[in-house]
Design a protein around this ligand. Structure first.
Ligand SMILES: [Zn+2]
Length: 416
Protein backbone atom coordinates (compact mmCIF):
# COMPACT_ATOMS: atom_id res chain seq x y z
CA UNK A 1 0.00 0.00 0.00
CA UNK A 2 1.74 3.21 -1.10
CA UNK A 3 2.08 6.09 1.29
CA UNK A 4 2.19 9.61 -0.06
CA UNK A 5 5.01 11.89 1.09
CA UNK A 6 4.12 14.53 3.65
CA UNK A 7 3.16 17.65 1.70
CA UNK A 8 5.51 20.63 1.92
CA UNK A 9 4.13 24.11 2.73
CA UNK A 10 1.80 25.33 -0.05
CA UNK A 11 2.51 22.20 -2.13
CA UNK A 12 -0.30 21.50 -4.60
CA UNK A 13 -1.90 18.05 -4.55
CA UNK A 14 -0.60 17.04 -7.99
CA UNK A 15 2.93 17.71 -6.81
CA UNK A 16 2.50 15.36 -3.82
CA UNK A 17 1.38 12.62 -6.23
CA UNK A 18 4.28 13.36 -8.60
CA UNK A 19 6.81 13.09 -5.76
CA UNK A 20 5.23 9.83 -4.63
CA UNK A 21 5.80 8.44 -8.13
CA UNK A 22 9.40 9.64 -8.12
CA UNK A 23 10.04 8.18 -4.64
CA UNK A 24 8.37 4.80 -5.25
CA UNK A 25 9.26 4.40 -8.91
CA UNK A 26 5.64 3.46 -9.61
CA UNK A 27 3.91 4.74 -12.76
CA UNK A 28 1.25 7.31 -11.85
CA UNK A 29 -1.56 5.06 -13.04
CA UNK A 30 -0.55 2.22 -10.72
CA UNK A 31 0.13 4.52 -7.81
CA UNK A 32 -3.28 6.19 -8.03
CA UNK A 33 -5.13 2.89 -8.43
CA UNK A 34 -3.53 1.74 -5.18
CA UNK A 35 -4.22 5.04 -3.41
CA UNK A 36 -7.87 5.12 -4.50
CA UNK A 37 -8.27 1.34 -4.18
CA UNK A 38 -10.18 1.38 -7.45
CA UNK A 39 -9.63 1.39 -11.19
CA UNK A 40 -9.44 5.14 -11.09
CA UNK A 41 -6.06 6.23 -12.39
CA UNK A 42 -6.20 9.98 -12.71
CA UNK A 43 -6.38 12.89 -10.34
CA UNK A 44 -6.71 16.63 -10.92
CA UNK A 45 -3.36 18.39 -10.45
CA UNK A 46 -4.96 21.40 -8.78
CA UNK A 47 -7.90 19.89 -6.89
CA UNK A 48 -7.11 16.22 -6.32
CA UNK A 49 -10.83 15.30 -6.52
CA UNK A 50 -10.84 12.50 -3.95
CA UNK A 51 -9.39 14.42 -1.04
CA UNK A 52 -10.23 11.74 1.54
CA UNK A 53 -7.99 8.99 0.15
CA UNK A 54 -5.17 11.37 -0.67
CA UNK A 55 -5.23 13.07 2.75
CA UNK A 56 -5.31 9.71 4.52
CA UNK A 57 -2.26 8.42 2.61
CA UNK A 58 -0.40 11.69 3.22
CA UNK A 59 -1.17 11.53 6.93
CA UNK A 60 -3.25 14.70 7.07
CA UNK A 61 -6.81 15.56 8.07
CA UNK A 62 -9.11 15.85 5.08
CA UNK A 63 -9.95 19.49 5.60
CA UNK A 64 -6.30 20.42 6.18
CA UNK A 65 -5.43 18.73 2.88
CA UNK A 66 -8.30 20.43 1.03
CA UNK A 67 -7.56 23.92 2.34
CA UNK A 68 -3.74 23.83 2.40
CA UNK A 69 -2.91 21.68 -0.64
CA UNK A 70 -5.60 22.23 -3.26
CA UNK A 71 -6.90 25.32 -5.02
CA UNK A 72 -10.31 24.85 -3.41
CA UNK A 73 -10.15 27.87 -1.05
CA UNK A 74 -9.15 30.18 -3.91
CA UNK A 75 -11.97 28.92 -6.13
CA UNK A 76 -14.68 29.49 -3.54
CA UNK A 77 -13.25 32.61 -1.87
CA UNK A 78 -15.87 35.03 -3.19
CA UNK A 79 -18.85 32.69 -3.23
CA UNK A 80 -21.82 32.97 -0.88
CA UNK A 81 -21.16 31.26 2.48
CA UNK A 82 -23.84 28.60 1.90
CA UNK A 83 -22.36 27.74 -1.52
CA UNK A 84 -18.89 27.48 0.02
CA UNK A 85 -20.20 25.10 2.65
CA UNK A 86 -22.05 22.95 0.14
CA UNK A 87 -18.97 22.62 -2.05
CA UNK A 88 -16.70 21.91 0.91
CA UNK A 89 -18.95 19.11 2.14
CA UNK A 90 -19.04 17.66 -1.38
CA UNK A 91 -15.26 17.79 -1.56
CA UNK A 92 -14.86 16.25 1.89
CA UNK A 93 -17.38 13.44 1.35
CA UNK A 94 -15.84 10.00 2.02
CA UNK A 95 -16.26 8.97 -1.60
CA UNK A 96 -16.93 12.06 -3.67
CA UNK A 97 -18.21 11.64 -7.19
CA UNK A 98 -15.52 12.27 -9.77
CA UNK A 99 -17.35 15.27 -11.13
CA UNK A 100 -18.35 16.77 -7.81
CA UNK A 101 -15.92 19.66 -8.10
CA UNK A 102 -16.04 20.11 -11.85
CA UNK A 103 -18.03 23.31 -11.39
CA UNK A 104 -15.10 24.99 -9.74
CA UNK A 105 -12.30 23.52 -11.83
CA UNK A 106 -12.75 26.21 -14.43
CA UNK A 107 -12.56 28.87 -11.75
CA UNK A 108 -9.02 27.85 -10.87
CA UNK A 109 -7.40 26.77 -14.11
CA UNK A 110 -9.18 28.83 -16.74
CA UNK A 111 -6.57 31.57 -16.80
CA UNK A 112 -3.46 29.46 -16.36
CA UNK A 113 -2.30 27.64 -19.47
CA UNK A 114 0.98 26.19 -18.17
CA UNK A 115 2.55 25.28 -14.85
CA UNK A 116 4.75 28.04 -13.46
CA UNK A 117 7.78 28.19 -11.19
CA UNK A 118 9.90 30.71 -9.26
CA UNK A 119 13.64 30.10 -9.70
CA UNK A 120 14.39 31.36 -6.17
CA UNK A 121 11.81 28.99 -4.66
CA UNK A 122 13.37 26.09 -6.58
CA UNK A 123 16.84 26.98 -5.25
CA UNK A 124 15.53 27.32 -1.68
CA UNK A 125 13.56 24.09 -1.82
CA UNK A 126 16.53 22.16 -3.24
CA UNK A 127 18.73 23.46 -0.46
CA UNK A 128 16.21 22.75 2.28
CA UNK A 129 14.61 19.49 1.11
CA UNK A 130 16.91 18.12 -1.60
CA UNK A 131 14.02 18.26 -4.08
CA UNK A 132 11.68 20.90 -5.46
CA UNK A 133 7.90 20.91 -5.67
CA UNK A 134 5.00 22.70 -7.38
CA UNK A 135 3.60 25.58 -5.34
CA UNK A 136 -0.08 26.55 -5.34
CA UNK A 137 0.79 30.25 -5.20
CA UNK A 138 2.64 30.01 -8.52
CA UNK A 139 -0.44 28.64 -10.33
CA UNK A 140 -2.95 31.39 -9.54
CA UNK A 141 -4.71 33.02 -12.52
CA UNK A 142 -3.18 36.37 -13.45
CA UNK A 143 -0.38 36.13 -10.90
CA UNK A 144 2.93 36.94 -12.59
CA UNK A 145 5.25 37.21 -9.58
CA UNK A 146 6.20 34.95 -6.68
CA UNK A 147 4.45 36.29 -3.59
CA UNK A 148 7.40 35.26 -1.41
CA UNK A 149 10.26 36.63 -3.51
CA UNK A 150 8.61 39.24 -5.74
CA UNK A 151 10.44 37.56 -8.65
CA UNK A 152 8.71 37.14 -12.03
CA UNK A 153 7.34 33.60 -12.39
CA UNK A 154 8.61 31.49 -15.28
CA UNK A 155 6.34 29.39 -17.45
CA UNK A 156 7.05 25.73 -18.20
CA UNK A 157 5.74 23.82 -21.22
CA UNK A 158 3.61 21.52 -19.05
CA UNK A 159 -0.05 22.32 -19.64
CA UNK A 160 -2.19 22.82 -16.58
CA UNK A 161 -5.28 21.35 -18.17
CA UNK A 162 -6.08 18.36 -20.31
CA UNK A 163 -4.74 14.88 -19.89
CA UNK A 164 -1.02 15.64 -20.12
CA UNK A 165 -1.08 17.59 -16.87
CA UNK A 166 -2.16 14.48 -15.06
CA UNK A 167 0.61 12.27 -16.37
CA UNK A 168 3.72 14.40 -15.97
CA UNK A 169 5.75 13.53 -12.87
CA UNK A 170 8.43 16.14 -13.55
CA UNK A 171 9.38 18.32 -10.59
CA UNK A 172 10.24 22.01 -11.12
CA UNK A 173 14.03 21.59 -10.94
CA UNK A 174 13.86 18.95 -13.68
CA UNK A 175 12.07 21.21 -16.17
CA UNK A 176 14.61 22.82 -18.47
CA UNK A 177 12.58 24.82 -20.97
CA UNK A 178 11.50 27.76 -18.84
CA UNK A 179 10.32 30.97 -20.45
CA UNK A 180 9.17 34.40 -19.37
CA UNK A 181 5.45 35.05 -19.20
CA UNK A 182 4.20 36.35 -22.56
CA UNK A 183 2.67 39.40 -20.85
CA UNK A 184 3.92 41.88 -18.30
CA UNK A 185 2.30 44.35 -15.93
CA UNK A 186 3.74 47.25 -13.95
CA UNK A 187 5.35 45.81 -10.82
CA UNK A 188 2.98 47.65 -8.49
CA UNK A 189 -0.06 45.94 -10.06
CA UNK A 190 1.63 42.54 -10.20
CA UNK A 191 2.45 42.63 -6.51
CA UNK A 192 -1.10 43.62 -5.51
CA UNK A 193 -2.63 40.96 -7.74
CA UNK A 194 -0.32 38.37 -6.18
CA UNK A 195 -1.11 39.55 -2.64
CA UNK A 196 -4.92 39.63 -3.07
CA UNK A 197 -4.90 36.27 -4.87
CA UNK A 198 -2.76 34.86 -2.07
CA UNK A 199 -5.31 36.03 0.51
CA UNK A 200 -8.05 34.20 -1.38
CA UNK A 201 -5.92 31.05 -1.46
CA UNK A 202 -5.35 31.24 2.27
CA UNK A 203 -9.11 31.42 2.77
CA UNK A 204 -8.85 34.71 4.66
CA UNK A 205 -12.36 35.56 5.77
CA UNK A 206 -13.79 36.98 2.58
CA UNK A 207 -17.21 35.46 3.07
CA UNK A 208 -20.33 37.42 3.85
CA UNK A 209 -18.78 40.57 2.47
CA UNK A 210 -20.97 42.36 -0.07
CA UNK A 211 -18.20 42.86 -2.60
CA UNK A 212 -20.38 44.10 -5.44
CA UNK A 213 -21.84 46.97 -3.38
CA UNK A 214 -18.33 47.78 -2.26
CA UNK A 215 -17.10 47.99 -5.86
CA UNK A 216 -19.94 50.34 -6.78
CA UNK A 217 -19.13 52.68 -3.90
CA UNK A 218 -15.42 52.68 -4.66
CA UNK A 219 -16.03 53.37 -8.35
CA UNK A 220 -18.27 56.30 -7.45
CA UNK A 221 -15.66 57.71 -5.09
CA UNK A 222 -13.18 57.59 -7.98
CA UNK A 223 -15.52 59.77 -10.02
CA UNK A 224 -17.19 57.14 -12.19
CA UNK A 225 -20.71 58.51 -11.67
CA UNK A 226 -23.52 59.13 -14.13
CA UNK A 227 -25.74 62.23 -13.87
CA UNK A 228 -28.41 59.88 -12.45
CA UNK A 229 -26.12 59.03 -9.54
CA UNK A 230 -25.52 55.42 -10.72
CA UNK A 231 -22.06 54.06 -11.40
CA UNK A 232 -20.70 54.85 -14.86
CA UNK A 233 -20.02 51.13 -15.28
CA UNK A 234 -19.39 51.13 -19.01
CA UNK A 235 -16.78 53.85 -18.70
CA UNK A 236 -15.11 52.26 -15.66
CA UNK A 237 -15.00 48.91 -17.50
CA UNK A 238 -13.33 50.59 -20.43
CA UNK A 239 -10.72 52.22 -18.20
CA UNK A 240 -10.14 48.87 -16.46
CA UNK A 241 -9.49 47.29 -19.84
CA UNK A 242 -6.89 49.94 -20.70
CA UNK A 243 -5.42 49.74 -17.21
CA UNK A 244 -4.46 46.06 -17.50
CA UNK A 245 -4.37 45.67 -21.28
CA UNK A 246 -6.45 43.21 -23.26
CA UNK A 247 -3.58 40.75 -23.76
CA UNK A 248 -3.10 40.32 -20.02
CA UNK A 249 -6.86 40.11 -19.37
CA UNK A 250 -7.28 37.44 -22.05
CA UNK A 251 -4.36 35.45 -20.64
CA UNK A 252 -6.00 35.57 -17.23
CA UNK A 253 -9.23 34.22 -18.66
CA UNK A 254 -11.02 37.54 -18.07
CA UNK A 255 -11.02 39.37 -21.41
CA UNK A 256 -13.11 42.52 -21.68
CA UNK A 257 -14.86 42.37 -25.03
CA UNK A 258 -15.25 45.21 -27.49
CA UNK A 259 -18.91 45.55 -26.63
CA UNK A 260 -18.64 47.79 -23.57
CA UNK A 261 -22.20 47.23 -22.34
CA UNK A 262 -21.92 43.54 -21.63
CA UNK A 263 -18.44 43.11 -20.29
CA UNK A 264 -17.86 41.41 -16.96
CA UNK A 265 -16.75 44.63 -15.19
CA UNK A 266 -19.90 46.41 -16.43
CA UNK A 267 -22.03 43.56 -15.07
CA UNK A 268 -20.12 43.63 -11.81
CA UNK A 269 -21.04 47.30 -11.34
CA UNK A 270 -24.70 46.72 -12.14
CA UNK A 271 -26.97 46.96 -9.08
CA UNK A 272 -28.82 43.85 -7.91
CA UNK A 273 -26.65 41.59 -9.99
CA UNK A 274 -26.81 38.08 -8.58
CA UNK A 275 -24.16 36.66 -10.87
CA UNK A 276 -21.38 34.64 -9.36
CA UNK A 277 -18.14 36.03 -10.63
CA UNK A 278 -15.01 33.87 -10.72
CA UNK A 279 -12.28 34.71 -8.22
CA UNK A 280 -9.85 36.23 -10.79
CA UNK A 281 -12.48 38.81 -11.73
CA UNK A 282 -12.86 39.91 -8.12
CA UNK A 283 -9.08 40.14 -7.78
CA UNK A 284 -8.75 42.27 -10.91
CA UNK A 285 -11.64 44.51 -9.89
CA UNK A 286 -10.15 45.10 -6.45
CA UNK A 287 -6.72 45.91 -7.87
CA UNK A 288 -8.25 48.22 -10.47
CA UNK A 289 -10.19 50.13 -7.82
CA UNK A 290 -7.02 50.43 -5.71
CA UNK A 291 -4.50 51.30 -8.41
CA UNK A 292 -6.58 52.53 -11.36
CA UNK A 293 -6.91 56.19 -12.36
CA UNK A 294 -9.65 58.45 -11.07
CA UNK A 295 -12.05 59.83 -13.63
CA UNK A 296 -11.17 63.35 -14.70
CA UNK A 297 -11.38 65.50 -17.82
CA UNK A 298 -8.52 63.52 -19.35
CA UNK A 299 -10.43 60.21 -19.18
CA UNK A 300 -11.20 59.38 -22.80
CA UNK A 301 -14.81 58.61 -23.76
CA UNK A 302 -15.71 55.00 -24.48
CA UNK A 303 -15.15 54.10 -28.10
CA UNK A 304 -14.41 50.91 -29.98
CA UNK A 305 -10.72 50.58 -30.72
CA UNK A 306 -10.20 50.68 -34.48
CA UNK A 307 -7.66 48.65 -36.40
CA UNK A 308 -6.56 45.04 -36.25
CA UNK A 309 -7.88 43.21 -33.22
CA UNK A 310 -5.95 40.64 -31.26
CA UNK A 311 -7.45 37.20 -31.61
CA UNK A 312 -9.90 36.90 -28.77
CA UNK A 313 -9.43 33.28 -27.80
CA UNK A 314 -11.74 33.49 -24.82
CA UNK A 315 -14.55 34.59 -27.12
CA UNK A 316 -13.68 31.90 -29.67
CA UNK A 317 -13.64 29.35 -26.86
CA UNK A 318 -17.06 30.45 -25.61
CA UNK A 319 -18.55 30.36 -29.12
CA UNK A 320 -17.05 26.95 -29.89
CA UNK A 321 -18.23 25.55 -26.57
CA UNK A 322 -21.77 26.81 -27.25
CA UNK A 323 -21.83 25.17 -30.70
CA UNK A 324 -20.39 21.92 -29.37
CA UNK A 325 -22.90 21.88 -26.51
CA UNK A 326 -25.80 22.33 -28.95
CA UNK A 327 -24.47 19.52 -31.15
CA UNK A 328 -24.14 17.17 -28.20
CA UNK A 329 -27.76 17.85 -27.26
CA UNK A 330 -28.86 17.08 -30.82
CA UNK A 331 -26.85 13.86 -30.82
CA UNK A 332 -28.44 12.81 -27.54
CA UNK A 333 -31.93 13.49 -28.90
CA UNK A 334 -31.23 11.58 -32.10
CA UNK A 335 -29.39 8.86 -30.16
CA UNK A 336 -26.43 9.20 -32.45
CA UNK A 337 -22.72 9.18 -31.87
CA UNK A 338 -19.86 11.24 -33.11
CA UNK A 339 -16.13 11.57 -32.62
CA UNK A 340 -14.50 14.53 -30.91
CA UNK A 341 -12.99 15.57 -34.24
CA UNK A 342 -16.42 15.44 -35.84
CA UNK A 343 -17.81 17.79 -33.24
CA UNK A 344 -14.93 20.23 -33.66
CA UNK A 345 -15.14 20.18 -37.45
CA UNK A 346 -18.84 20.91 -37.37
CA UNK A 347 -18.20 23.75 -34.94
CA UNK A 348 -15.64 25.11 -37.42
CA UNK A 349 -12.91 25.06 -34.81
CA UNK A 350 -10.86 21.94 -35.46
CA UNK A 351 -7.67 23.68 -36.59
CA UNK A 352 -7.84 26.46 -34.00
CA UNK A 353 -8.47 23.93 -31.23
CA UNK A 354 -5.68 21.64 -32.40
CA UNK A 355 -3.08 24.40 -32.43
CA UNK A 356 -4.21 26.36 -29.39
CA UNK A 357 -5.77 23.71 -27.19
CA UNK A 358 -4.59 25.35 -23.97
CA UNK A 359 -6.58 28.47 -24.80
CA UNK A 360 -9.83 26.58 -25.43
CA UNK A 361 -10.36 25.69 -21.81
CA UNK A 362 -14.17 25.64 -21.75
CA UNK A 363 -14.37 23.60 -24.96
CA UNK A 364 -11.71 21.17 -23.73
CA UNK A 365 -13.59 20.59 -20.47
CA UNK A 366 -16.82 20.00 -22.39
CA UNK A 367 -15.10 17.51 -24.70
CA UNK A 368 -13.63 15.64 -21.73
CA UNK A 369 -17.17 15.23 -20.37
CA UNK A 370 -18.44 14.29 -23.83
CA UNK A 371 -15.86 11.50 -24.14
CA UNK A 372 -17.43 9.78 -21.13
CA UNK A 373 -20.95 10.06 -22.53
CA UNK A 374 -22.94 7.62 -24.61
CA UNK A 375 -22.74 10.01 -27.55
CA UNK A 376 -18.97 9.70 -27.86
CA UNK A 377 -18.07 7.35 -30.66
CA UNK A 378 -14.96 6.12 -28.90
CA UNK A 379 -15.15 5.75 -25.17
CA UNK A 380 -12.29 5.87 -22.76
CA UNK A 381 -12.13 3.28 -20.05
CA UNK A 382 -11.80 0.13 -22.13
CA UNK A 383 -15.34 -0.18 -23.48
CA UNK A 384 -15.18 -2.02 -26.81
CA UNK A 385 -15.25 0.15 -29.85
CA UNK A 386 -18.96 0.19 -30.56
CA UNK A 387 -18.86 -0.53 -34.30
CA UNK A 388 -17.26 -3.89 -33.67
CA UNK A 389 -20.32 -4.91 -31.72
CA UNK A 390 -22.69 -4.18 -34.58
CA UNK A 391 -23.23 -6.27 -37.69
CA UNK A 392 -21.23 -4.82 -40.54
CA UNK A 393 -24.33 -3.93 -42.57
CA UNK A 394 -24.91 -1.07 -40.15
CA UNK A 395 -21.81 0.57 -41.55
CA UNK A 396 -21.18 4.00 -40.16
CA UNK A 397 -24.65 4.39 -38.74
CA UNK A 398 -24.78 6.88 -35.95
CA UNK A 399 -21.74 8.81 -37.04
CA UNK A 400 -24.00 11.45 -38.47
CA UNK A 401 -23.45 13.78 -41.36
CA UNK A 402 -19.86 14.19 -40.38
CA UNK A 403 -18.86 10.56 -40.89
CA UNK A 404 -16.87 11.03 -44.06
CA UNK A 405 -14.91 13.93 -42.63
CA UNK A 406 -14.14 12.16 -39.42
CA UNK A 407 -13.02 9.05 -41.30
CA UNK A 408 -10.42 11.06 -43.11
CA UNK A 409 -8.73 12.17 -39.97
CA UNK A 410 -9.58 9.27 -37.70
CA UNK A 411 -6.60 7.40 -36.40
CA UNK A 412 -4.56 10.44 -35.71
CA UNK A 413 -4.53 9.50 -32.06
CA UNK A 414 -2.12 12.13 -30.89
CA UNK A 415 -4.59 14.85 -31.75
CA UNK A 416 -7.48 13.30 -29.96
ZN1 LIG B 1 9.72 32.39 -4.99
Amino acid sequence: MPVLPKPYPDEVVGSVVARACVHTGLPMRRLLQSVFESQRSSCSFLLGDNTGSLAHRAGLERSEFLFKHTMFPYAVAYMAPETQEQLASKALAPRPREDSLSSITKNVSHGVAYRRVCSKCIAENMQQYGESYWHRKHMLPGVLVCIRHGEPLLETSIELRGRSHQSSVALPHEVLDLRKSPTALPREFSLRIAAISGEALEGKSLRSHDWLSCYREQAKSKGYVLPSGDVAGTLAAHVLRNHFGQQYLAMTGCPVSNNPRNTWPTLMFRPRNENNFATPKHVLMRVFLETGPEKDEATPPVYLVPGKRLKDYAQMDAKTAAKVRAQIQQLALAQKRMTVQGLLIQAGAWAAFKHHRARFTETAALLEEFKQSDQAERQIGGRPYWRKRLPSRYGAIGAGACASQTEQIAGNEKDR
